[in-house]
Design a protein around this ligand. Structure first.
Ligand code: NAD
Ligand code: GLY
Length: 362
C-alpha cells in the first residue's frame, strides 16, 4: 500500500493506494477518528460491484451505514439530484459529523462531494474512487461540482476530502473504453511533469490494458503524487493548477462541438496533440517529441485523427470556453515531454490553421 500526502495546512489529507484496501475502509476510518453513522453515496452499478460488500464490512466494523443511490450518468450531476440527496440525508438523520463516502467514478465523486460541501454547511467527505480517471484526478484536489444547463461543473466549491481510499482492484471491472479514457489523464501528467512516467507507460502499455495491478498501482501513485504537488501549490486554481488543463482547451471544444458524443479522454487526447502541434509550429516542442506523443496516444487506443467536425464550430466553441481570460485564450503548451508552460499568446488563427492542416501531417 502506498500513501500520498496532500499538504494543505488544516485541510491536509492522505490518499491511500493499494489493491484490496476497500475491505479495510472501516479500520482506516477509525484511524481517522470516525465512528458511528456514515452515508455511502453511489450508483447501482458500483453498489452491486462494491457498495453492498462495503456496507457489510463497515457494519461488521461497528458503523451504522445508510447507502444512498443515484442512477448512473453525467446527468445526475444536477441541483435536482443534489436536492433529493439533501432530503434523504435529512431522513437518515445525518449530522454535521456524519461522513459521506463517495463510492464511484468522477460523477459520483463530484456530486457526493458537492452535497458533502453544502449539506449542513459541510460534512466530512471520504472519496473512494473506482475509475482510473477518478483515481488519478477527480478524487484529489477538492474540486466538487454539479452541472447547470449545458454548462459542465458550473456550480461548485473547493472542498477537500478527509481521506481518499483508492483500491486498484476495483479497476478490474472497468470496461476497456473507460479505462483508456482515464489513461489519457495519466499521459497528461507525464507530459506536464514526468518524462519517466511517459517512458513507463510506453514500456507497460500491454500490462496497463490487461489490468496488471502492480503497473496500475504505479501509474495511479505517480499521477496522484503529481496532482497532489500541484494542488498543494495552488489549491484554488489561481495560477499553476491551470497546467492540469493541458489538452483541455481544444479537448473541451471538441467534446462540446460533438455534443458530448466523443468521450472526454478521447477529446483530451486530441487536445494534447493539438497543443503539442501548436508548440511545435511555434518552434518550441521538437518534432521527435511530438511524434513520440502521437505514437503513444495511438498505441494506447486513443484517437490521433480529428473527428469529423467543422473547424469553425470548434473555433467558436474555444471562444466560449471558460479558459478564456480577459479575451485571451489560455493554452498549456509542452516545451518538451515532462515540462509545460501557460500562455495567452496563441492566436485563434494559428489554432485554426493547425486544425485545418491536421490530417495531412504528423
Ligand atoms: P463516471 O463516473 O461516469 O464513470 C464511468 C462509468 O464507469 C459509469 O458508468 C460508472 O458507473 C462506471 N464505473 C465506475 N466504477 C466502476 C468500476 N470499478 N467497475 C465498473 N464500472 C464502473 O465517469 P468518470 O470518467 O469516472 O468521471 C467523469 C466525471 O468526472 C465528469 O463528470 C467530470 O466532470 C468529472 N471530473 C472531475 C474532476 C475534478 O477535479 N473534480 C476532474 C476530472 C473529471
Ligand atoms: N482536473 C483539474 C483540476 O483538478 O484542477
Amino acid at each position: 500500500m502506498k500513501r500520498v500526502r496532500v499538504r494543505l495546512g488544516s485541510n491536509s489529507y492522505e490518499v491511500h493506494i493499494g489493491s484490496g484496501i476497500l475491505e479495510q475502509t472501516g479500520q482506516r476510518l477509525k484511524e481517522n477518528w470516525f465512528t458511528g453513522n456514515l452515508v455511502i453515496i453511489t450508483n447501482p452499478i458500483v453498489k452491486g460491484l462494491y457498495g453492498d460488500a462495503l456496507n457489510q464490512n463497515l457494519t461488521r466494523d461497528g458503523f451504522s451505514v445508510v447507502t444512498l443511490e443515484v442512477p448512473d450518468g453525467e446527468e445526475q450531476k444536477s441541483l435536482e439530484v443534489a436536492g433529493r440527496l439533501y432530503n434523504e440525508l435529512t431522513n437518515a438523520y445525518a449530522e454535521r459529523t456524519t461522513p459521506i463516502l463517495a463510492l464511484g467514478g468522477g460523477v459520483i465523486g463530484d456530486l457526493a462531494g458537492f452535497v458533502a460541501a453544502t449539506y449542513l454547511r459541510g460534512v466530512p467527505l471520504i472519496q473512494i474512487p473506482t475509475t482510473l480517471l477518478a483515481q488519478v484526478d477527480s478524487s484529489i484536489g477538492g474540486k466538487v461540482a454539479i452541472d447547470h444547463g449545458q454548462l459542465k461543473n458550473k456550480i461548485g466549491a473547493f472542498y477537500q476530502p478527509k481521506l481518499v481510499i483508492t483500491d486498484i482492484a476495483t479497476l478490474k471491472t472497468l470496461d476497456t473504453k473507460t479505462l483508456i479514457d482515464g489513461l489519457a489523464e495519466v499521459i497528461k501528467y507525464a507530459v506536464i511533469q514526468d518524462k519517466e512516467l511517459l517512458t513507463y507507460i510506453e514500456d507497460n502499455l500491454d500490462k496497463i490494458k490487461s489490468l496488471d495491478e502492480s503497473v496500475l498501482e504505479e501509474i495511479v501513485f505517480r499521477s496522484a503524487k503529481i496532482k497532489a504537488g500541484i494542488v498543494e501549490k495552488d489549491e484554488k486554481d489561481l495560477g499553476l493548477r491551470a497546467i492540469l488543463n493541458y489538452g483541455h482547451t481544444v479537448g473541451h471544444a471538441i467534446e462540446s462541438a460533438s455534443d458530448f458524443k466523443l468521450e472526454h479522454g478521447k477529446a483530451v487526447a486530441i487536445g494534447m496533440l493539438a497543443a503539442a502541434k501548436i508548440s511545435n509550429r511555434m518552434g518550441i516542442l521538437a518534432k521527435n517529441e511530438l511524434l513520440r506523443l502521437n505514437r503513444l496516444i495511438q498505441s494506447a487506443g486513443l484517437p490521433t485523427k480529428l473527428p469529423n467536425l467543422e473547424v469553425t464550430k470548434i473555433i467558436q466553441t474555444i471562444k466560449h470556453d471558460k479558459k478564456i481570460l480577459r479575451g485571451k485564450i489560455r493554452f498549456v503548451l509542452p516545451k518538451s515531454i515532462g515540462s509545460v508552460f501557460i500562455t495567452d499568446e496563441v492566436s485563434l488563427s494559428l489554432v485554426e490553421q493547425i486544425l485545418v492542416d491536421w490530417n495531412e501531417e504528423t
